[in-house]
Design a protein around this ligand. Structure first.
Ligand code: FO1
Length: 306
């Protein structure tokens, strides 16, 4: 059994690749960017995996359903509501269903299992916790939810700090702990280390279990040279004073992973990273198409030997 820690669009590509190579995959999903809107509970990282594995994801945007319509949102605008967070019509149906199930006493894990069944997804998606953890940014425009910072203000405000509110008290999902404990290999997806993977690692039970299992944990870099393959990770890393490079990443994951997959073009960093005690694997990490997703997944499963 293989387990992957995932969040955001960088992760879903590798998740898809892994599904093509193994039939026993557990996906521990970030919940830090979950967001309440119009009384609906939106879980972007869970939904990106659901849509990705159901082959519904809009890959151009990296979120939502391909060819979705936005009639619901247009009507909300007519009613004078803010519409900077673009929820599609079919996407809204999912959020409404999930919110009703929550109101009827189901927890996020049960609901996510049910959604996997509905989308005929055989991999198991495990929200890292059923409690609320929110990634919030302290900025020069005030305290903002991640979605407000990134979508509403387009990542413009100056970041003064980042916090995973609720992480202290959140109870790790027991299925997530078991998924780490029982796995042959645990993969940290090439997601944003601060806003996609960070909230997962901020939950004490998870970090402890990963540290115990460190010999079988491999992280995949989302960075090539000084650039992040996609998304705003560099912005968050710079704000946190972390070097934007595979080396900077290895320092962040040093206590939870003992293997790191980097891009072949980052060879020159290998020695520096090895000095931190990590085993390095070099390959092409950019997943431009399905073949590249499968190739990276296959490389990890064949080459990384705990
Ligand atoms: N990202 C945007 O940049 N603009 C949007 O309007 C937007 C809407 C949206 C709706 C549902 C959903 O699941 C995700 C959505 N995202 C949108 C993506 C989201 O903000 C982030 O990419 C993730 O939270 C990062 O993992």
């Amino acid at each position: 059994m293989i387990t992957i820690l995932a969040g955001g669009t960088g992760s879903v590509k590798l998740v898809r690749g892994l599904v093509s190579q193994t039939n026993d995959l557990r996906i521990i999903s970030n919940v830090g960017d979950n967001y309440w809107l119009y009384g609906l509970y939106v879980c972007p990282d869970i939904d990106t995996i659901l849509y990705g594995l159901a082959d519904l994801l809009d890959y151009e945007r990296g979120w939502g359903i391909r060819k979705d319509t936005f009639g619901f949102l247009r009507q909300m605008e007519v009613f004078g509501e803010d519409t900077w967070f673009r929820i599609g019509d079919r996407d809204a149906a999912l959020h409404l269903t999930r919110t009703n199930m929550l109101k009827n006493g189901k927890n996020l894990s049960d609901i996510t299992n049910w959604l996997c069944e509905k989308f005929a997804i055989s991999a198991k998606i495990i929200p890292v916790t059923d409690n609320t953890v929110e990634t919030r940014l302290n900025t020069d425009k005030g305290d903002l939810h991640l979605q407000e910072y990134w979508v509403k203000y387009r990542g413009q405000p100056k970041i003064l700090g980042l916090e995973y509110v609720g992480a202290e008290k959140a109870r790790a999902n027991p299925d997530a702990i078991n998924a780490i404990h029982d796995a042959e290999l645990v993969i940290i997806a090439p997601g944003n280390p601060l806003t996609s993977i960070g909230p997962i690692l901020s939950i004490k039970g998870i970090r402890k279990e990963l540290s115990k299992s460190k010999r079988k944990v491999v992280a995949v870099s989302p960075i090539i040279g000084k650039n992040v393959i996609s998304g705003p990770a560099a912005k968050y890393m710079e704000a946190a004073g972390i070097e934007v490079s595979a080396y900077g990443l290895s320092k962040m994951y040093g206590d939870v992973a003992s293997h790191l997959v980097i891009d072949s073009s980052d060879k020159l960093q290998t020695k520096r990273i090895q000095s931190l005690g990590m085993k390095i694997y070099e390959t092409k990490i950019k997943m431009k198409n399905k073949q590249a997703e499968n190739d990276l997944a296959s490389f990890i499963l064949k080459q990384v030997r705990p």
